[in-house]
Design a protein around this ligand. Structure first.
Ligand code: GTP
Ligand code: MG
Length: 195
């Protein structure tokens, strides 16, 4: 999809603030600093629509990005960052749970994992959590520009094994730096939302 019009509709902290337009929604989840905001920016060809940062914990609300009046990307706070207080962690988890358990236009999740490392325990828990809610998940291995091409197959196999990836869920390797994987991610998004 070629995206020209994108706007941040709302940074929500509770369901009452979610948009009422009814466009299909895709949520982006992953640990802090894994590259969620960078993936969103690359998908929509903007440098800084979703705010990125070298400092983990930048995103603290559910940010609804209106894409061409056709769908919403929902950028959510990352998990697994030790410096986020317990109170904030619980607040973020509550916000995500409220969304997943109540949101009707929700069509699926893109879960990001760092392609340079095996998925963490937090990544595994998040994947299991999404499966508990029967969510369709696309797993995206990020920062693949920092890994060697020769190791690609091994990395993909290890990510699938560690997450115990469901047959129905896909894994795509991605780089926000080079744009690798962007078209494949859009194919999944279009298929998932019917746009
Ligand atoms: P939080 O909002 O804190 O949860 O982080 P996030 O997951 O949104 O990560 P963000 O997109 O802000 O990226 C974190 C850092 O990783 C930034 O310094 C990015 O420039 C860098 N980064 C993201 N994606 C890539 C990638 O594909 N390749 C490389 N080399 N760096 C990346
Ligand atoms: Mg972010």
């Amino acid at each position: 999809m070629k995206v020209n019009n994108v706007s941040l509709t709302i940074s929500a902290v509770s369901a009452a603030q979610y948009p009422a337009t009814g466009y299909p929604e895709i949520v982006f989840v992953g640990r802090s600093n894994v590259g969620k905001s960078s993936l969103i920016n690359r998908l929509i060809d903007r440098k800084s629509m979703a705010r990125t940062s070298a400092v983990p914990g930048k995103t603290q609300t559910l940010n609804f990005y209106n894409i061409e009046d056709q769908l919403y990307f929902v950028d959510v706070p990352g998990y697994g960052y030790a410096k986020v207080s317990k109170r904030d962690r619980e607040r973020f988890a509550g916000m995500i749970e409220e969304y997943l358990s109540t949101r009707k236009p929700f069509r699926g999740a893109v879960q990001l994992v760092d392609a340079r490392h095996l998925p963490s325990e937090d990544d595994v828990s998040m994947y299991q959590y999404l499966k508990y809610f029967n969510v369709d998940v696309l797993v995206v291995g990020t920062k693949v520009d920092k890994t060697s091409k020769a190791k690609r197959q091994t990395i993909m196999r290890d990510i699938k094994r560690t997450l115990d990836l469901n047959q129905a869920d896909q894994l795509i390797m991605f780089s926000a730096t080079t744009g690798e994987g962007k078209d494949a991610v859009w194919d999944w998004l279009e298929n998932q939302t019917g746009i």
